[in-house]
Design a binder for this molecule. Structure first.
Ligand SMILES: Cc1cc2nc3c(=O)[nH]c(=O)nc-3n(C[C@H](O)[C@H](O)[C@H](O)COP(=O)(O)OP(=O)(O)OC[C@H]3O[C@@H](n4cnc5c(N)ncnc54)[C@H](O)[C@@H]3O)c2cc1C
Length: 435
């Protein structure tokens, strides 16, 4: 057993990182125990707030919140809470040299931007790093669409043919370009992360600038995979855009998620300014409680068990893929405390034939109140010092709504603040009994 800390956060996805920041900014000591990196490692790094609701694509995500069901996390929290969480992320990311901003409508109101993807589709998203800002593409007549030899699944011709299906893109003049591989013609399998790491170094930046410069001069904007550096450092993208003398716009790519890793980098650096400790490759396997409070969690790492005693706990363990929700035929449960999650008894009702439809399994998760405390069957908070955040919470479907990081952020912010307040009021934790 180690020192008693105020807030223990389980999981290092966006929900866990946000909860840790929110608690640390309240002056609490925070420890994060995590098994893996979470879905930031595969995400594009933009914050989808709410792209679709009521069967419509939303330009203004705030207007769509009233269309959501009452159990949706945004409805439980309220719009002011969601705005405050977005503000905190903006402040923390900017402090680390990774500014995030929101697009503006023609009337000047904040709105969703449509971001091009490596598949040639457009995804609505709300909070973006500068390198993903599509404004230069919207204005451009002639767009250079670039990839590199050996880069997996990034084909300029396919991207262009798909983008042309959108009315606002149909009349643009596209120029496809396949850059020579920086690792030689025989190197046949590169990811965007490989190239971004290369571009972290001066010789990698030279390669990109020299390869793009003579074509970019004839175009108004360059659309390229997320290769402008692997770190949360906007100066790399700025330097490249200046050297190429044309606005560079990164597209959302397939995993590994360069954009998500940059965001993770920024948040971890920000956390290190506080009383924060990270325990990686550790899986929480057990809990003890003393009456209405959780007393400790035990984690297993490299075959060794370690007990973590804290005054309050945030569970940000993700959904089915993250490890926070476990499924068995006919039942579902939360993975640490084994809380039952209600499911339709007939398994065939868990999904529907339409692959991109709204499946029941995608909304499964722990039911919480507005303070992110899990509720028992009678509607009462199940424990006083346990809070949930992110995809482990039920009642929403990030894939069809395009609300993934938005919900992770807002619920993480609320859970972190609530845990900090609870820890502030709490006496010394007692030794508990196994839950
Ligand atoms: C391919 C892909 C791309 C996406 N891109 C975007 C995007 O660009 N923008 C956007 O807004 N949304 C995106 N999303 C959705 C978004 O990533 C998620 O909805 C959201 O980030 C979930 O965050 P989370 O922190 O709740 O969970 P996760 O990111 O899944 O994190 C869960 C964490 O808990 C840890 N964990 C689980 N169980 C335990 C345990 N027992 N002990 C210790 N640790 C444990 C895991 O290791 C992990 O660190 C994307 C999703 C996918 C699948």
């Amino acid at each position: 057993m180690s020192r008693i800390i105020d807030v223990l956060v389980v999981g290092s996805g966006l929900a866990g990182l946000t909860a840790a920041l929110a608690a640390a900014r309240e002056g609490r000591s925070v420890r994060m125990v995590t098994d893996g990196m979470g879905s930031l490692a595969i995400s594009g790094g933009c914050v989808d707030l709410l792209g679709y609701a009521g069967g419509q694509r939303l330009d203004d995500p705030w207007s769509g919140m009233n269309l959501l069901p009452p159990e949706h996390p945004y409805r439980l929290l309220g719009a002011d809470c969601v705005r405050a969480a977005l503000d905190m992320l903006r402040q923390c990311a900017a402090a680390q040299g990774w500014p995030l901003h929101t697009a503006a409508s023609p009337q000047g109101a904040p709105c969703n931007a449509l971001l091009p993807t490596i598949m040639g589709t457009l995804k609505p998203s709300y909070l973006l790093p500068d390198s993903l800002d599509p404004a230069a593409l919207t204005r451009a007549k002639r767009v250079l669409v670039a990839s590199a030899h050996g880069l997996r699944d990034c084909r300029p011709a396919l991207i262009i043919s798909q983008l042309r299906r959108y009315r606002e893109w149909a009349d643009k003049d596209f120029v496809p370009l396949l850059l020579p591989s920086p690792l030689g013609a025989t190197h046949r399998s590169l990811s965007a992360l490989d190239l971004a790491r290369l571009v972290d170094k001066p010789q990698g930046r030279d390669w990109l600038v020299q390869s793009l410069r003579k074509y970019a001069g004839q175009c108004d904007a360059v659309l390229l995979p997320p290769v402008c550096g692997s770190r949360a450092d906007v100066s790399i993208w700025r330097e490249l855009s200046q050297a190429v003398a044309c606005p560079l716009v990164e597209m959302l790519s397939i995993p590994p998620g360069v954009g998500g890793l940059r965001l993770r980098d920024a948040l971890l650096h920000e956390l290190r300014r506080h009383d924060f400790e990270l325990v990686e490759n550790a899986r929480v396997i057990r809990a003890t409680s003393d009456g209405r409070r959780c007393a400790s969690l035990t984690a297993l790492a490299a075959g060794q068990e370690r007990q973590h005693v804290a005054r309050a706990f945030v569970l940000a363990t993700g959904g089915i893929l993250g490890g926070g929700v476990e499924l068995a035929p006919g039942s579902a449960r939360e993975s640490v405390f084994k809380l039952a999650i209600p499911v339709p008894p007939d398994v065939s009702l868990w999904s529907e034939p339409e692959i991109f439809g709204s499946h029941v399994f995608s909304r499964l998760g722990v039911r919480v109140d507005g303070e992110m405390r899990p509720r028992d069957d009678s509607g009462q908070a199940w424990r006083d010092n346990i809070f949930f955040a992110g995809r482990s919470i039920g009642g929403y479907d990030f894939a069809t709504e395009k609300s993934g990081h938005g919900v992770a952020l807002a619920t993480g912010w609320q859970a972190g603040r609530m845990a900090a307040a609870t820890a502030g009021k709490s006496a010394e934790p007692a030794s508990g009994e196994q839950l």
